[in-house]
Design a protein around this ligand. Structure first.
Ligand code: NAP
Length: 467
C-alpha cells in the first residue's frame, strides 16, 4: 500500500510520501536506543512536565490537526476536534496519575517476614523501545493512548502508522519534539507493513503494541512470540447492543444511532449488532431506522455533516459486499443499503455509504460473524435475555458490549455472561483514560489505558534485601 494522503471525501491524492529505506529505519532505531539510555533515568516529574507541554501543543494546534485527520481519513471535523481535545486530556491525566500508578509497591509485612527478607518492594521500570503499529480510524487517539503512558513509564516510542495517515503520523512526531521531548523519544517510521517484521525482531526493540485488524494482529503477535517479546493486541470488534423491555426506548434509540455511526461507523467499539427483545422490537427498529435515515451524509469538512465517507475505497467495497451477501441471503433493508445518490458533484469521487439498518439476520450471512466497518447495523429479534446473550456471544470477537435494561438482576447476569472486555449499561461504550480498554477472544489481548495499560510495558521488578 502506497504511503499517501488521499482525501476520502473526493478520492483526490493530496500528497505521496517515499517510504523510509533501510538506512533511515536504522538511524531511527539507533536514535531510539540511545534516547532510551538517558530518558529512562529521568523522574516522573520531568516526564510529566514534557507530557503536559505536549498537551498544550495539541490545544494550540487543535484546528490544524483536526483538519489534517479529516482530510486523511474522512471523519467529520467536529469529531476530529474532539479527538484532539481527548488526547490532550489523556496526556494530562497520565502526567498527573502515572507517579501514583507506578510508585513502589510494598508487600504485606507478614509476607515479607515469611520470605525471610529484611525488606521487599516492587518497582515498575521501563522496558525500552516500544513499537506501536497503529490504525487510521482514530489516527491521533490510538497513538496517544499508547504514547502517553509509555513515555510516563520511561519508555521511548516508535510509531508505524497506517499508510493512509502519514501527515498525522509526522505531525505527532512534531508535537512531541515541540513539547521538548529529547530527540528519539518518539519517532515516526514512514514504512509499509512489510517492514514491521524486521523492526519487531530488532534487538533494540523491547515490545510491540498493535491496534488493527485480526490479520495484522495474528501476524505481528506471531512474530513477537517467536522473538519472545511482549505484545499487546487491540483488534476488531462486533459489539452487541441489547435492548430489553425495561429500557428507556427513546434513550436507547438515540444512543444506538451514535454508537453505530460514530467515526462514520469505523470504530472497533462501535455497536454493530442490535439485539432487541420482541416486546420492544417493532418500536425500536422503526425509530432506529428513521433516525439513521435522517443523518446528514456529506463533506466531512462541513460543520453540519454527521456522516462522512469511508476512509478507503477498499473499506467501502468490503462493506458493500457484506450488505449484498446479507440481502442475497434474505436480510431486509430497513434503510440505506446503497451509496448516496444526491451528493454535490465535487464529492462524486468520494467513498460514501448510506447509514443502513438490516433486519432478518441469520447465521448464514457473513455479517452475522464478520465486523461491519462502516455505518451498517444489523437488528435481531429475541424472546428472552438468555437468547440475547447467546447471540451477543455468537461472534469471534469480544471487545465490549452495551445493554439497555434497568433491571439489576438482568444487569448482573450480563456482567456474568457476556464475553467481552466491557459491559456498558444504558449508554454506549466509550474509552476514558481511567478505565481499562481491551478485549477477549479474537479482539486481542492486553489492556490499554488506566493503571493496567501503563503497566503492560513495565519491567515489574522485585527488589529483595536480606535481613
Ligand atoms: P489494519 O489494516 O490491520 O492496519 C492497522 C495497522 O497494521 C496499519 O499500520 C497497517 O499498516 C498495519 N498492518 C496491516 N497488516 C500488517 C501486517 N501483516 N504486518 C504488520 N503490520 C500490518 O487495520 P485498519 O484497517 O487500519 O483498522 C481497522 C481495524 O482496526 C478494525 O478491525 C478495527 O476494529 C480495528 N481497531 C481496533 C481497535 C481496538 O482498540 N481494539 C481500535 C481501532 C481499530 P498499513 O496501513 O501500511 O497496511
Amino acid at each position: 500500500m502506497a504511503i499517501a494522503t488521499v482525501n476520502p471525501a473526493t478520492g483526490e491524492t493530496v500528497e505521496t510520501f517515499t517510504a523510509y529505506d533501510g538506512d533511515a529505519v536504522e538511524q531511527r532505531l539507533a536514535l531510539a536506543e540511545s534516547a532510551f539510555r538517558t530518558y529512562r533515568t529521568t523522574g516522573f516529574a520531568e516526564r510529566a512536565v514534557l507530557l503536559r507541554r505536549a498537551a498544550d501543543v495539541l490545544d494550540a494546534e487543535q484546528e490544524d490537526l483536526a483538519r489534517t485527520m479529516t482530510v486523511e481519513m474522512g471523519k467529520p471535523v467536529g469529531a476530529a476536534r474532539a479527538e484532539v481535545a481527548k488526547c490532550a486530556k489523556a496526556m494530562r491525566w497520565y502526567a498527573d496519575r502515572a507517579p501514583g500508578m507506578l510508585a513502589d509497591e510494598h508487600p504485606a509485612d507478614e509476607d515479607v517476614a515469611d520470605s525471610g527478607a529484611g525488606s521487599v518492594f516492587v518497582r515498575y521500570r521501563p522496558v525500552g523501545v516500544v513499537l506501536a503499529v497503529m490504525p487510521w480510524n482514530f489516527p491521533l487517539w490510538q497513538v496517544v493512548r499508547f504514547a502517553a503512558p509509555a513515555l510516563m513509564a520511561g519508555n521511548v516510542g516508535l510509531l508505524k502508522h497506517a499508510s493512509n495517515v502519514p501527515r498525522t503520523a509526522l505531525a505527532l512526531e512534531r508535537v512531541f519534539r515541540h513539547a521538548g521531548f529529547p530527540p528519539g523519544c518518539f519517532q515516526t517510521l514512514l514504512v509499509g507493513s512489510g517492514a514491521v517484521e524486521d523492526v519487531v525482531r530488532d534487538d533494540r526493540v523491547a515490545a510491540v503494541t498493535l491496534t488493527g485488524s485480526e490479520g495484522a494482529g495474528r501476524s505481528v503477535g506471531a512474530i513477537a512470540g517467536d522473538a519472545i517479546k511482549k505484545s499487546v493486541l487491540e483488534l476488531g470488534g462486533s459489539d452487541p447492543f441489547l435492548v430489553l423491555p425495561s429500557a428507556d426506548l427513546e434513550g436507547a434509540v438515540k444512543w444506538a444511532v451514535t454508537a453505530r455511526t460514530q467515526n462514520n461507523g469505523q470504530s472497533c467499539i462501535a455497536a454493530k449488532r442490535f439485539i432487541v427483545h420482541a416486546d420492544v422490537y417493532a418500536a425500536f427498529t422503526s425509530a432506529f431506522a428513521d433516525r439513521m435515515r435522517a443523518l446528514r451524509v456529506g463533506d466531512p469538512l462541513a460543520e453540519e455533516t454527521e456522516i462522512g465517507p469511508l476512509a478507503t475505497a477498499q473499506g467501502r467495497t468490503d462493506l458493500e459486499e457484506l450488505v449484498d451477501d446479507a440481502v442475497a441471503h434474505g436480510a431486509v433493508v430497513e434503510c440505506g443499503g446503497s451509496r448516496p445518490k444526491d451528493l454535490p458533484e465535487h464529492l462524486d469521487g468520494g467513498w460514501y455509504y448510506l447509514p443502513t439498518v438490516l433486519s432478518g439476520i441469520t447465521a448464514a450471512m457473513r455479517i452475522h460473524r464478520e465486523e461491519a466497518f462502516g455505518p451498517v447495523a444489523t437488528v435481531y429479534r429475541v424472546g428472552s435475555l438468555e437468547e440475547a446473550v447467546a447471540i451477543a456471544n455468537d461472534t469471534p470477537f469480544g471487545l465490549s458490549s452495551n445493554v439497555w435494561t434497568t433491571d439489576p438482576e438482568e444487569q448482573e447476569l450480563c456482567v456474568r455472561d457476556i464475553e467481552a472486555g466491557g459491559v456498558f449499561f444504558n449508554g454506549m461504550t466509550a474509552s476514558h483514560p481511567a478505565f481499562p480498554f481491551g478485549g477477549v477472544k479474537r479482539s486481542g489481548y492486553g489492556r490499554e489505558l488506566s493503571a493496567h495499560g501503563i503497566r503492560e510495558f513495565c519491567n515489574i521488578t522485585t527488589v529483595w534485601r536480606g535481613r
